[in-house]
Ligand binder design. Sequence first.
Ligand code: F6P
Length: 540
Amino acid sequence: MEQPKTLLTSLDSWQILQTHYNAIKDRHLRDLFREDPQRGERFSLQTLELYFDYSKHRITEETLRLLVRLAEDRGLAQCRDAMFAGEKINNTERRAVLHTALRAPAGSSILVDGHDVVPDVHAVLDQMQAFAIRLREGKWLGHTGKRIRNVINIGIGGSDLGPVMAFEALKSYTPRDMSFRYVSNIDGTDIAEATQGLDAAETLFIVSSKTFTTLETMTNAHSARSWILEQLGDEQAVAKHFVAVSTNLKEVAQFGIDTANVFAFWDWVGGRYSMDSAIGLSTMIAIGPDRFREMLAGFHQMDEHFRTAPLDQNLPVIMAMLNVWYANFFGANTVAVLPYEQYLHRFPAYLQQLTMESNGKRVTRDGAVVDYATGPIYWGEPGTNGQHSFYQLIHQGTHLIPCDFIAFRRPLNAIGKHHDLLIANILAQGEALAFGKTTDELRQEGVEQSLIPHKTFEGNRPSTTIFADRLTPEVLGKLIALYEHSVFTQGVIWDINPFDQWGVELGKVLANRIIGELDGSGKAVEHDSSTAALIRYYRD
Ligand code: F6P
């Protein structure tokens, strides 16, 4: 992959953006909309059956042109093509980055080290499909001959957040005579509650772990194994009640899982980019193979859009460059993701790993410390709940928080006036954030002088609104790929590698050292006075 050679902040296009920022930073969205009655249409795109409105951002056409120029100067198109072509753009792990191959249509071809990976992807999809159908049709029986009714996915991080999010998002498409549960935390409460009230004879565990060595997942998997053995009393039961999703067949076999029931994926799929690989096995069982493939088609449509659309009409690029605009020029530290769709209640949590494990880096691909902000903090909750909790700060606090609003024209549960009320709220929030309420307006309303500062909304708070017709598997695929490619684009601008995660390693190493001290199996290690005192307190 061609490396951007010039330091970001010394690029001409960066400095021109800085000058432009100084010129327009105080312009108010009220004025921008007043001056251009077509602004709403001009700064929105309708493509892939999505309505992407970015008109309520503090930008002009010139801003967009300059942001696109920055993306060009950073070699975005070349970097993107390198990713799609299977080049080893994950430089610190010397790996290709090919989550896009997971949704490549059969018959296409993507080479990694001269090997076409597309047939491998489809072979695993077919294996998943056969298994999912047997399970859904009650033909895969447990050790005692009972039908499997409960599926528990054990995984963490990318091996958990994607499956949970997708299950919750697509719950309305799942059979209600089966239960799906997700265990991730090493806190024993998680597995205790997940198995609570279940009949082991009707329960299947999917142990999902790319490495099959992750402490949390392996600890939970062993506890699940003990639970099965305690209830069913026979080692043979393991083969009927456990399957695995992993790249590490050796470790899977050592655990005792029949290797015929292992669903593979590959080192060119990052954990947080894996929910559409075999890691999505629980999703496929829950929504059925056809709908899973519809989801993949949605991902692929967004991949193709990202790969081919001009940069100034490219949804992931626009989304990414707006983040760069706010993070690097306005100094915004966070982005709020606010889905007005209850089924998307885990979407912000999923995006937290996707965005922050990817772009939470302080050195460039070559290891130089950056002198600019990188990945913002992502957070959020579904509307309207958030309105009654943290929106106060977004409206009137001192932080600038760009918001992504997500909504659907048609509800999955049409009850009375609920949906119109929901949509009225999302639209009102975007409007209130952008335009606020002025002192003059308050005076005209006769608001008491002492309350005017409190009731003034300065407005000029930016948001994107993403509208789709209905939450379907296909739309979910498009939305996830939108954020994936936005994350990638930001990584290119900041010249960081979004595909490694060294920052999570130190904590793991230190935890392993401390475990031995807590249970007395290891020798005492020297700690700082704070950690040493906490260990003493725990042991006492
Ligand atoms: O600790 C971080 C991490 O490596 C994530 O990137 C990954 O998604 C998660 O752990 C789980 O890893 P595995 O699938 O190998 O168990």
